[in-house]
Design a protein around this ligand. Structure first.
Ligand code: AMP
Length: 220
């Protein structure tokens, strides 16, 4: 059966880092709506123009915009022969989860598990504020937990590291509020469907990666 993992958790809890590691180690395709939307903003597309203000202020982008972006990316990856998926940052509202539940059966797919990245609030804010992203290849670092070899320079490609506008403290707090109000209800949504698995992410990147890998292996 095709593996489909949904990663749930507040901003900067490590979903993207773990999605990339799991994708590489287990041949899964990561679909990250945040990355797709940032790409659209950078290219100045119509979708990017609609999304930018919401993203910069730490609010969720409206469902109809994100559902379209996600559905296009999923269709493209299926066409390219993807054998399994990690949905990183989608769904983030009950309306998005319902749209997904309506779409997957037509593609002969089903959600395998929704992983709840459980993190202490103060640690989560510390991770967000210290996060740095390569402007060139999008690799992610943290000033204390996962620093680059040379300050401000990406290990992978030599690009400049930057702080995301929405990783500034007051925007992180706005994103957390959005998470509590609109995304946290998905924990019950997937729990009721028997799909929720909680993972303690107040641990090292390697420890979390090993835990997730064994869960994915148990699913297939
Ligand atoms: P992320 O990179 O996952 O932290 O997402 C960055 C921003 O993109 C979020 O704060 C939202 O503004 C927007 N975004 C990403 N995914 C979604 C989604 N599924 N629904 C609504 N907005 C989203």
């Amino acid at each position: 059966m095709t593996t489909i993992l949904i990663l749930l958790g507040p901003p900067a809890c490590g979903k993207g880092t773990q999605a990339r590691l799991l994708a590489e180690s287990h041949g899964l395709v990561q679909i990250a709506t945040g990355d797709l939307l940032r790409g659209a903003v950078a290219r100045g597309t119509e979708i990017g123009k609609k999304a930018k203000g919401f993203m910069d202020s730490g609010q969720l982008v409206p469902d109809e915009v994100v559902i379209g972006v996600f559905a296009d990316a999923l269709a493209e990856q299926i066409e390219q022969g993807a054998k399994g998926f990690i949905f990183d940052g989608f769904p983030r509202t009950v309306a998005q989860a319902d749209a997904l539940a309506g779409r997957l059966p037509d593609l002969d797919l089903a959600v395998s598990a929704a992983i709840d990245f459980q993190i202490d609030r103060e640690e989560q804010i510390r991770r967000a504020i210290g996060r740095r992203i390569c402007a060139q290849c999008q690799a992610t670092y943290h000033v204390d937990n996962n620093p680059p070899k040379v300050d401000g320079v990406c290990d992978a490609c030599g690009g400049a590291l930057e702080q995301r506008v929405d990783d500034q403290e007051e925007r992180v707090r706005a994103r957390l509020e959005e998470y509590d109000q609109k995304t946290a209800p998905l924990l019950d949504y997937y729990r009721e469907r028997g799909l929720l698995q909680a993972v303690d992410v107040n641990r090292s990147i390697d420890a979390i990666a090993a835990d997730l890998a064994s869960r994915v292996e148990a699913l297939s």
